[in-house]
Write a protein that binds this ligand. Structure first.
Ligand SMILES: C[S@@+](CC[C@H](N)C(=O)[O-])C[C@H]1O[C@@H](n2cnc3c(N)ncnc32)[C@H](O)[C@@H]1O
Length: 244
């Protein structure tokens, strides 16, 4: 399938996640064989948050990262574009804070969170720079950001295995249990991901410092961490005007 044009992407993504929401958790577990749980724990550890802290989960889906952040004792608000993903999240995690909204225009005041996480949502955002500026805006100076995404491995064999899994196995499982077109899109949507050097620049322009990346599972996934520039360094950041 071809990827949607930029002006159609937001609506396409919202509709697609609404359609796959009923089986999203099941397909996800089968596709990753549960390996993603360890990645999520690692992402949350990188936030260095504990009781009393407030964390936002961007593109929270049905709440896997919300549940993981809660183990630290921090409070979490999840935001997601898809009403159906949120509805399933609310069934799974009753009483938690799920907000329907767009990561490109967060309905939260400046500097209102101690940490931010995002799991496998980045490539679905309509504008990656805009959503990263919003993430920086709602974080307190010094607040940490931990973002998980898939990654296309650079080496030959790993790359071929990744492509086999992502372009054959994932759409097959998705087609049997859910909506095949959506899982074909999710495989192809890795094309939206900027290479790391470019992504680091986007994060720094948005107002982040200490941007680091760890590759997971032989490079099939990545954990990117960053810190909102501390107050003293904010004034000198080029992206600040846009981040505020
Ligand atoms: C692949 S799912 C990941 C869900 C969850 N974070 C996880 O780790 O399982 C991507 C999620 O991002 C949401 N999403 C996509 N674009 C969004 C946007 N612009 N604003 C907020 N959420 C968005 C989708 O609705 C979907 O629930």
């Amino acid at each position: 399938m071809s990827l949607p044009a930029p002006e159609a992407k937001r609506e396409f993504v919202e509709r697609m996640f609404d359609e796959i929401a009923p089986r999203y958790d099941l397909v996800n577990r089968l596709m990753t064989l549960g390996i993603d749980r360890a990645w999520r724990r690692r992402a949350v550890r990188a936030l260095h948050v504990g009781p009393g802290a407030r964390v936002v989960d961007l593109g929270c889906g049905t709440g896997d990262l919300i549940a993981e952040v809660e183990r630290t004792g921090a409070g979490v608000v999840g935001i997601d574009l898809s009403a159906e993903m949120i509805a399933f999240g609310r069934k799974r995690l009753a009483g938690r804070s799920f907000v329907r909204g767009d990561a490109q225009c967060l309905p939260f005041p400046d500097a209102s969170f101690d940490g931010a996480v995002s799991g496998f949502a980045l490539r679905n955002f309509t504008s990656i720079p805009t959503s990263m500026r919003e993430a920086a805006r709602v974080l307190k100076p010094g607040g940490r950001f931990a973002l998980l995404e898939v990654n296309v491995p650079s080496s030959g064999l790993r790359r071929r295995l990744f492509e086999l899994h992502f372009t054959r196995v994932v759409p097959l499982i998705g087609g049997l249990l859910s909506r095949g077109f959506a899982y074909s899109y999710l495989a192809e949507s890795v094309e939206y991901l900027p290479e790391f050097g470019r992504f680091r620049a986007i994060l720094e322009e948005a107002g982040f410092v200490d941007v680091e990346r760890r590759l997971l599972l032989g490079g099939a996934a990545q954990l990117v961490t960053a810190r909102r520039a501390p107050a003293g360094r904010i004034a000198s950041l080029p992206g600040l005007a846009k981040a505020r």
